[in-house]
Design a protein around this ligand. Structure first.
Ligand code: SF4
Ligand code: SF4
Length: 459
């Protein structure tokens, strides 16, 4: 039961209707007069011409607004209104842990025995009051090998509850604000039951959600202290608790995720400091930090047609790789686990040669830990591509829906694997290089034909 009302974060009283937010938006780049009309349409709750169908939910407009009016949260409010009218596209089952056929359940079919052992341990851990909890979260769960078996885990009690929905971080970005409030309340109950004081989130986005978005937007205060794994890594590298035994001497470029644009950009600097300490030289992309482009995930937030969502996402992800390749760096590094699974899928589909690491992997390599790179990532990318294809095919026959259940049902678990014959057939087909090649060509052709993201407004 929700016991409090959400707060309004958009400051209509401060907004001068200047249009700068959508004019500077790296995705929309609306002419200024059109941008002014669009912000008025959004404020008045009238039919949006561009933003609600094209926004990549990247947070940048909040940084562009000279009045600190938070236009991003206005977009989220309007998407929340749309959700109440039209529900979510059937493909969204993919990221709903409480629905049958979600990615975590489907991935169970392909996890290795070692990965299952890690995950089961993390799912069954019950923290004690003096433990430092590491929230593994829904996205790190998809590639547990980036941290499983590392010395880094010795410092924490890792907890992996997929029905905590990363605190609602990815639903927040899609504007599902009423649902995020329910999740805020549910996670508060979990944390209070654990009676623990210190919680470290594997994703920066999750630290922000618990520390800032839940109290300030959802009106739900947590009693615990939150920090990010990135900050912990930097502090422990500086104190030499984590020793850099093997400086990497690698030129890299950094993907700044959407949530990194909050809190004055503190996450941009933490990531870069860690990478430099690991021996990396940083080559910036054309769009970086406040202007950084989305990994593609956000393109699904402003969905117009269910059929187009995967192609919109990959279309946007390809832009990121093109910019990364232009830098001449050896590797693209993401410090968000939510981005990296889609970036790997994009890399495999477009055939990009640039290496791709999660920042935890970079630290582990610099510490002298051995990784099974890139093989394990390539296999997981094709697991994910098979799952996306399978869910996309099914979704063509399904209807929009509303997310009714927030909490995972232990008795009718949506986590247990079933005999997903079609999924297994698709994944087996991807074991053949010829089939991969044919699939890539078809996918990229459909990306050209079906994506809804090409030219936004004729200039
Ligand atoms: S939200 Fe900010 S940038 Fe956008 S129109 Fe209002 S004042 Fe201008
Ligand atoms: S969130 Fe990003 S993509 Fe959306 S309008 Fe703002 S700047 Fe543009």
């Amino acid at each position: 039961m929700i016991k409090s009302e959400r707060k309004t974060i958009f400051r209509e009283d401060l907004c001068t209707r200047c249009g700068i937010c959508f004019n500077k938006c790296p995705v929309l780049e609306l002419p200024i007069e059109e941008a002014k009309k669009e912000i008025i349409r959004l404020i008045e709750g009238k039919q949006s011409k561009y933003v609600l169908s094209k926004c990549n939910t990247c947070f940048s407009c909040n940084l562009y607004c000279p009045e600190n009016a938070n236009p991003y949260q206005l977009i989220l409010e309007r998407w929340n209104d749309l959700y109440n009218k039209r529900g979510v596209p059937p493909l969204y089952t993919f990221v709903c842990p409480t629905r049958q056929g979600n990615i975590w359940q489907l991935l169970n079919v392909f996890l290795s025995t070692q990965e299952k052992k890690w995950i089961l341990k993390w799912m069954n851990n019950t923290p004690q009051s003096n433990d430092i909890v590491l929230l593994i979260g829904n996205y790190t769960h998809l590639f547990p090998f980036i941290i499983g078996g590392s010395k880094i885990l010795d410092y924490f009690t890792p907890v992996d509850l997929i029905d905590q929905w990363e605190g609602g971080a990815y639903l927040y970005q899609g504007g599902y604000l009423d649902l995020v409030q329910k999740i805020a309340y549910r996670t508060k109950q979990d944390f209070d039951e654990w009676n623990t004081k210190n919680i470290v989130a594997a994703l920066d986005a999750v630290e922000y959600i618990f520390q800032e978005a839940h109290p300030k937007h959802m009106n739900i205060e947590h009693q615990q202290s939150f920090s990010s794994l990135q900050q912990w890594l930097l502090d422990n590298i500086k104190s030499e608790e984590l020793k850099i035994e093997n400086p990497l001497n690698m030129a890299i470029t950094v993907h700044d995720n959407c949530y990194s644009k909050v809190l004055g950009g503190k996450y941009w600097n933490i990531a870069r400091e860690i990478l430099k300490k690991c021996g990396c030289e940083i080559k910036e992309m054309r769009h970086n930090k406040e202007d950084s482009l989305c990994c593609g995930f956000g393109a699904g937030a402003s969905w117009v047609k269910n059929i187009s969502i995967p192609f919109d996402i990959i279309h946007e992800g390809i832009k990121k790789f093109r910019e990364a390749e232009e830098t001449g760096a050896n590797a693209l590094v993401s410090y968000c686990g939510g981005c990296i699974y889609l970036l790997w899928a994009t890399k495999e589909l477009m055939g990009s040669k640039i290496d791709l690491f999660h920042i935890i992997e970079v630290v582990r390599m610099a510490m002298g830990e051995k990784l099974d790179y890139p093989q394990v990532h390539i296999e997981r990318a094709w697991d994910i591509i098979a799952i996306i294809t399978y869910v996309w095919i099914l979704s063509l026959l399904q209807k929009r829906f509303y997310i009714k259940k927030i909490t995972y049902d232990q008795n009718k678990s949506t986590f247990r694997p079933k005999n997903f014959y079609l999924l297994k057939f698709i994944r087996n087909a991807f074991k053949s290089s010829l089939m991969k090649k044919i699939f890539r060509k078809i996918f990229l052709l459909l990306t050209k034909l079906l994506n809804t993201r090409e030219k936004i407004i004729p200039l």
